[in-house]
Design a protein around this ligand. Structure first.
Ligand code: HEC
Length: 126
């Protein structure tokens, strides 16, 4: 009886691990390192647009709405706000998520890298 109980709890734990959500909390420290790939085009300082728009306070911001940055028509009509879900989709494959975007970035294919990066953006751009 005891063994059965132990076995079933082991099964439950391993079962939980295999269905871990795709958007598990990321590691902001790792995300900071990954952000170096974005930093060549994006500043985290408010109002500082470079090749790409400033990502200061990007969370919750509607796409394509920063004044002073010349967005592509595609980004202007994308119409969604940036949150963990929309950012995840965009960073995975920018040209697929927003066809016609002028962000020249191939995408981060690893979901864990994206989660880490988004965790960093959440902590760094409030
Ligand atoms: C080669 C330069 C470049 C790199 C590298 C780059 N971006 Fe961009 N990014 C852009 C440009 C240009 C735009 C504007 C896109 C448009 O108007 O279609 C943009 C737009 C964005 C937007 C939309 C912002 C808004 O105001 O709506 C987000 C979010 C974003 N990038 C995140 C990232 C992240 C995160 C990374 C790193 C994984 C990254 N970008 C890497 C150039 C870049």
């Amino acid at each position: 009886m005891k063994v059965v109980k132990l076995l079933s709890s082991v099964l439950i734990v391993s079962g939980m691990m295999s269905v871990a959500p795709a958007h598990a909390a990321g590691d902001a420290a790792k995300g900071k390192t990954l952000y170096s790939r974005c930093a060549i085009c994006h500043s985290l300082d408010a109002g500082k647009n470079m090749i790409g728009p400033s990502l200061s306070k990007v969370m919750g911001r509607k796409a394509g709405t920063l004044t002073g940055f010349s967005y592509s028509p595609a980004m202007k009509k994308y119409g969604k706000a940036w949150n963990t879900q929309t950012l995840d989709t965009y960073i995975a494959a920018p040209m697929k998520a927003v066809p016609g975007t002028k962000m020249v970035f191939a995408g981060l294919s690893n979901p864990k890298d994206r989660a880490d990066l988004i965790a960093y953006l959440q902590s760094a751009t409030k």
